[in-house]
Ligand binder design. Structure first.
Ligand code: IPM
Ligand code: MG
Length: 360
C-alpha cells in the first residue's frame, strides 16, 4: 500500500530523531512491501524563521490531508532566543497547540512502560518497582487551561494575568470513552485524575466519567486527586493501567511517568481525533542543549512511528515489528547516553537508528 506521511521535524533535536524514525519506517516498508511518501514541512521555531509564524495554513492543510503526521519537537531556550520575544501566539509552542486544535486531536495517548533491560535506570528502588509497570496516560489535548481565554492586564497599577480552565461535558465524554475503550483492551482499570476537591471543572469531569463508566461494567473505575496521583506514580506505579486526565494534569503526569521509565527519551505519544489521521511525537521536548551532538535518544520517536503504523494505518504486524526491534536492541545491550549503564554499548543517535533498522 501507499501512504502519505507529513514530517514536521521542528527544532532542536527534532530533525535528528525524526531522521531515525524515517529510516525505521523505510525499513518497515521494504520488509512488508509498503510505500511511505514523506513530505517534510516546517513547524515551530524553524517556521517562524522562514515564514514569521510557527504554523502556516498551508502546513495545517497538508497535515490534515495526510494519512498521518510525524513530529519531532518544537521550541528553543525560553528567554534566550528571538522566538520568545514575540506575542505568545507567535511562539514555537503555539504552532503545536494550533496543529492539535486544527486537526481536532483531542486524545493524547502516552504509554509508560518499564523495559526489564532498563530497570537499573529507573530512579525508584527495586522493591518499589517490583515486576515493573505498564501504564498509559490518556490526556485530553484540546481543552482546559491550554485553550481557555487568557490575558494580562494592569488593574489599579498592579499587573495581573488570567488563564481560564473550561471543559464542557462533550469534551470530557469523548476522551473518557477513548480511555475506557483502551482499558477494555488492557487490564480493565481506569484511574481518572482530577482536583474535584477544589475545581468545578473537575467535579463535572468526575460526573461525566461516572456516566461513561456505566457502559463499561467490566472496567474498574477509581478517581484519584492529581496531587495524590503524582505521589502514587513514584510510590507504586504498578497499580496503574489507564490514567485518564485533563490537559494540564496530563502534561505534568506524563513527564513524571516518563522519568520513572528510566528516561524521557523512551516515551512515545499519539494524538488522535475522530478519524484515522493522527499526530505522533515523542513526549519529550526539543532539548536545544544537546541538539546537533548526535547523542539524543531516537527511541521515543521510533516508538511513536510504531504507534503511527498501528493507529493511523492499521498496520499492527508492522508496529509489532518496530516495538520488537527496539526490545531486541535494548536486550543486546545497545544504549544511547541517556539510558547508558556500565557494561552496555554506547551508541550515537544515528547508530541507534541503524541498529533498530537491522533488527527489523
Ligand atoms: C507536551 C509539551 C507541550 C504541552 C508544550 C511544548 C506546549 O510539553 O507535548 O507535553 O505542554 O503539551
Ligand atoms: Mg509536556
Amino acid at each position: 500500500m501507499d501512504y502519505q506521511i507529513v514530517l514536521l521535524p521542528g527544532d532542536g533535536i527534532g530533525p535528528e530523531i525524526v531522521a531515525e524514525a524515517v529510516k525505521v519506517l523505510e525499513a518497515v516498508g521494504k520488509k512488508f512491501g509498503h510505500h511511505f511518501h514523506f513530505e517534510t514541512l516546517l513547524m515551530g521555531g524553524c517556521s517562524i524563521d522562514a515564514y514569521g509564524v510557527p504554523l502556516t495554513d498551508e502546513v495545517l492543510e497538508k497535515a490534515k490531508a495526510a494519512d498521518a503526521v510525524l513530529l519531532g519537537a518544537v521550541g528553543g531556550k525560553v528567554g534566550n532566543s528571538d522566538w520568545y520575544n514575540r506575542p505568545p501566539k507567535e511562539r514555537p509552542e503555539a504552532g503545536l497547540l494550533a496543529i492539535r486544535k486544527g486537526m481536532g486531536l483531542f486524545t493524547n495517548i502516552r504509554p509508560a512502560y518499564l523495559y526489564p533491560e532498563l530497570k537499573d535506570r529507573c530512579p525508584l528502588r527495586s522493591d518499589i518497582i517490583g515486576d515493573g509497570f505498564d501504564l498509559v496516560i490518556m490526556r485530553e489535548l484540546t481543552g482546559g487551561l491550554y485553550f481557555g481565554e487568557r490575558h494580562t492586564e494592569v488593574v489599579d497599577g498592579v499587573r495581573q494575568a488570567t488563564d481560564t480552565l473550561v471543559y464542557n461535558e462533550n469534551e470530557i465524554r469523548r476522551i473518557a470513552i477513548k480511555a475506557f475503550d483502551i482499558a477494555m483492551k488492557r487490564r480493565k482499570k481506569v484511574s481518572s485524575v482530577d482536583k474535584a476537591n477544589v475545581l468545578d471543572s473537575s467535579r463535572l469531569w468526575r460526573a461525566v466519567v461516572e456516566e461513561v463508566a456505566k457502559d463499561y461494567p467490566e472496567v474498574e473505575l477509581e478517581h484519584v486527586l492529581v496531587d495524590n496521583a503524582a505521589m502514587q506514580l513514584v510510590k507504586n506505579p504498578g497499580q496503574f493501567d489507564v490514567i485518564l486526565t485533563e490537559n494540564m494534569f496530563g502534561d505534568i503526569l506524563s513527564d513524571e511517568a516518563s522519568e520513572v521509565t528510566g528516561s524521557i527519551g523512551m516515551l512515545s505519544s499519539a494524538s488522535l481525533g475522530a478519524g484515522k489521521n493522527g499526530l505522533y511525537e515523542p513526549s519529550h521536548g526539543s532539548a536545544p542543549d544537546i541538539a546537533g551532538l548526535s547523542i539524543a535518544n531516537p527511541i521515543a520517536t521510533i516508538l511513536s512511528a510504531a504507534m503511527l503504523l498501528r493507529y493511523s494505518l492499521d498496520l499492527d504486524k508492522e508496529a509489532d515489528a518496530v516495538e520488537e526491534a527496539v526490545r531486541k536492541v535494548l536486550h543486546d545491550g545497545y544504549r544511547t547516553p541517556d539510558i547508558y549503564s556500565e557494561g552496555c554499548i554506547k551508541l550515537s543517535t544515528t547508530q541507534m537508528g541503524d541498529r533498530i533498522c537491522e533488527a527489523i
